[in-house]
Design a protein around this ligand. Structure first.
Ligand SMILES: Nc1ncnc2c1ncn2[C@@H]1O[C@H](COP(=O)(O)OP(=O)(O)OP(=O)(O)O)[C@@H](O)[C@H]1O
Ligand SMILES: [Mg+2]
Length: 476
């Protein structure tokens, strides 16, 4: 912990927030982690129970690693005398209480919750970039968006924060409401409603209703920033109004209050122009794709409603680019100094559902090629789509055939796309990503652009690494 900075939590404040008992010798807390691999000196370690492991088994290692103390529901064996522990009946409710206390003490903060089927992290990170240029900002790490990620982020929020940006996610109905009530946002952004985690829902309308739970925790006089182009806009706007909030639409729709006027796709960026509540703005984002123009429009709109300067917000986006696996680009050179040519690798391997797969194909269709180059798509299964999965895979055929010269697929669901493709577009179907990875290296030629996309569970990392292994990859 930086000694010049105020501690995040004093031990006494932790005890007051959680109702727990302080045991042993404590120092002030500078951060909060639930994973010892992320531990820094003076962090509070949360002994949460995961699916496979119990955090109590790691308390000893955390304290040895410099933790200021640990939040526990029992005293683990083998700890040294005087080990600093905060003992509570159950860790999860104590973490929620800590999150609530973190939210409550940040009394000067405007809180924003960001949910949606895709684009949450992109919009959250765009907002964090915008706000950081204008005041004290705190935002969720990575995709910390669930029943533990949200309270951890709230508990990590410094008291003097001006803007707090919280990603909120769900796989099932009933999950978002409690998260929203913890966050108590002034503004709720719903990026879009699409077929993601469809297997846990009866259909898209049920997904839209579950997203509307984000309004349950809205502060009085709040606003909802909603995708005006999405078929579920009216439903969401109605639910927002019923919760006492104002609905503000963003998109290309004529009636959108934040209206996208034009998008110019560059090879590694996108330029957008919009009218946001009467103000004309243009900006540039360091990531290609129409979807990033819409994500950044949502972010500027929300930032303006949160009291930030919209002109500065637009300017700040030039410094933002989406994270790993979300359209990252690399030049892979076959030989030293590029004498034998190389290809462009577009890494969209972070995750996939039909909406983000289409967005990735759109990006591929405008990727720059070298002489004789071709556009190659490498797809792994899109998971959690339920009985509609096979049809949703086959339905990508038209866009895939348009965007790519050759489409390589892996996994049982992707077989449906393979078979729906025109024969001249079929690169090959493989049983799994390991088999596809072996073929991928041999498939690329000088001048090509290769895009890799698949759900986390389809493990497309090996395909990305096999492509990178064709040369000495360098950013570019
Ligand atoms: N508005 C959008 N429309 C379609 N695809 C998008 C959109 N925004 C982002 N994507 C794509 O979706 C994928 C995930 O993006 P991002 O991480 O921002 O979403 P997320 O909602 O946070 O995902 P998760 O639920 O896994 O946390 C990326 O491949 C990204 O390029
Ligand atoms: Mg995310």
């Amino acid at each position: 912990m930086n000694p010049m900075k105020l501690p995040l939590w004093t031990p006494e404040a932790l005890a007051a927030a959680t109702g727990g008992a302080l045991l042993g010798r404590w120092r002030s807390v500078g951060g909060i982690v639930n994973d010892t691999r992320e531990l820094k000196s003076c962090d509070l370690f949360l002994a949460l129970a995961g699916e496979a492991r119990d955090g109590h088994d790691f308390v000893g290692a955390a304290l040895k690693g410099g933790a200021a103390g640990a939040l526990v529901s029992r005293i683990p064996e083998g700890l040294p005398e005087g080990a600093p522990l905060l003992l509570v009946p159950e860790v999860m409710p104590a973490l929620e209480a800590l999150g609530r206390a973190g939210r409550a003490r940040a009394s000067g903060m405007t809180a924003l919750a960001v949910t949606g089927s895709v684009g949450k992290t992109s919009v959250k990170d765009a907002l964090a970039t915008i706000f950081a240029a204008q005041g004290a900002t705190h935002a969720s790490e990575k995709s910390f968006n669930n029943h533990w990620g949200a309270p951890i982020t709230l508990a990590r929020t410094p008291a003097a924060t001006r803007w707090g940006v919280y990603e909120a996610g769900m796989n099932h109905a009933g999950e978002l409401g409690p998260i929203s009530r913890l966050i108590r946002p002034h503004l709720a952004v719903v990026t879009t409603v699409e077929a993601a985690h469809l297997e846990h829902f009866g259909g898209l309308e049920a997904i839209a209703e579950a997203k509307a739970e984000i309004f349950e925790g809205l502060e009085p006089g709040g606003a909802a920033i909603l995708n005006r182009d999405n078929p579920w806009f009216d439903l969401l706007a109605e639910r927002a109004r019923a919760a006492g909030a104002r609905a503000v639409g963003f998109g290309t729709h004529r009636a959108a209050e934040a209206r996208l006027i034009s998008v110019r796709l560059g090879p590694d960026h996108v330029e957008a122009e919009a009218e946001i509540q009467g103000l004309r703005l243009s900006w540039r984002v360091g990531a290609p794709g129409r979807h990033q123009a819409l994500n950044s429009l949502a972010a500027i709109t929300a930032a303006a409603l949160a009291g930030a300067d919209p002109g500065k917000a637009a300017a700040a986006l030039a410094r933002w680019s989406p994270g790993a696996g979300r359209g990252e680009r690399q030049r892979v050179e076959f030989g030293p100094e590029g004498s034998e040519g190389g290809f462009l690798l577009i890494d969209e391997s972070y995750n996939a559902n039909p909406a983000s797969a289409r967005a990735a194909l759109d990006v591929l269709s405008s990727a720059p090629l070298g002489p004789g180059g071709r556009r190659l798509a490498f797809f792994g299964d899109m998971l959690e789509l339920g009985p509609e999965g096979p049809g949703l895979h086959a339905a990508l055929a038209k866009e895939a055939a348009h965007a790519a010269d050759l489409v390589y697929t892996a996994g049982p669901l992707m077989r449906n796309l393979h078979e729906a493709l025109p024969p001249e577009r079929r690169g090959g179907w493989f049983a799994d990503s390991t088999a596809l990875a072996q073929a991928a290296g041999a498939a690329v030629r000088a001048g090509d652009a290769a895009m890799v996309k698949g759900s986390k569970g389809s493990r497309m990392g090996p395909v990305v690494r096999a492509l990178q292994a064709r040369g000495a990859a360098s950013p570019g």
